[in-house]
Ligand binder design. Sequence first.
Ligand SMILES: C[S@@+](CC[C@H](N)C(=O)[O-])C[C@H]1O[C@@H](n2cnc3c(N)ncnc32)[C@H](O)[C@@H]1O
Length: 361
Amino acid sequence: MTTATAGPERDREKSRVFLENMTNIMNGGALSLMMSIGHKTGLFDTMSTMAAATPADIATAAGLQERYVREWLAALTAGAVVEHDADMGTYVLPPEHAGLLTRAAGPLNLTTYCQYVSLLGQVEDDVIEAFRNGGGVPYDRYPQFQTLMAESSWQRLGDSLIDHVLPLLPEGDAPLVAGIDVADVGCGSGRALNLMAATYPNSRFVGFDIAEAALERGRADAAAAGSTNITFVARDAAALDEPPSFDLITSFDAVHDQAHPDRMLAGVFAALRPGGSYLCVEPKASSHLHENLEMPMAPLMYTISTMHCMTVSLAYGGEGLGTAWGEQLAIEKLTKAGFVDITVAGNKHDRSNHYLICRKP
Ligand SMILES: C[S@@+](CC[C@H](N)C(=O)[O-])C[C@H]1O[C@@H](n2cnc3c(N)ncnc32)[C@H](O)[C@@H]1O
């Protein structure tokens, strides 16, 4: 015979609120996949140019299969993303929604980030294995990561790097115009570096990363742009081993997922000429969880950390800083590496990162 044990008394209202929260979590997770598909297939871009239309017309305009488009529209109608006229059998994407869902929305296009949900879902079993036995999930388990990273970081930086970010440097972009040596560490596909190389022909640029495929893309983009002042080098950031030969070093979202961030920062410091600047762009967060809870995308940030940023670091025997290592710890590590005059700035075109700027004395 089993006896039911009376657990602690439950607050019924709290249970009701949590049920609502759980329902939103399940629906939000599912709809993120639909949003990702809407982005990748161009359905949001197509619908943003159309008046209310039938699934057949939308499918034709997007060059897709009607049955799939109709089911996708049903999910998005239920999710209050598109609006449906049952009498007319039509669907429309309101302009207020299109402003957050289309490529034309630029940095405001949130569907880019929805793609992380499906990307991270691919490694769920690997991450569970690491929960059980330690270690982490290496980069080669995320075949689409570099493509998505290039797309999402370009969305934040493409329009703001030259006009809003580089002016944050102590002398703005004047030294770049005159001609200096610049390195980007953890450059990925090198889109930021290629943009700088094309904008500042008198300066010389080097991108370092371990991902050969990403470096190849950077080289191809440089060749297509006709830039001859840029090179891409395969190098472990923990063993940068460059003499003091750069006036400016940048890293965009590339410290927190390093296996050995302290070695990277030491290498960056050593590679700068005296007086040189380091622009270190990292996820906007406090180092203390309780100070991040009001951030609208905090759950997404910690999820990406668990399933990518932290685990790739741990996969290589690393520190596993995590995405939200935060401003306080970043300042501590920069100071330990020898940097001075550390300031933290924002970029209104990139609300998810903070911009740490410091100098080698
Ligand atoms: C989050 S991505 C950022 C890429 C790029 N800066 C951007 O904003 O698109 C981090 C980058 O760090 C690179 N990386 C990770 N560990 C590295 C290491 N030990 N040495 C060099 N690069 C590394 C990855 O290959 C990846 O391209």
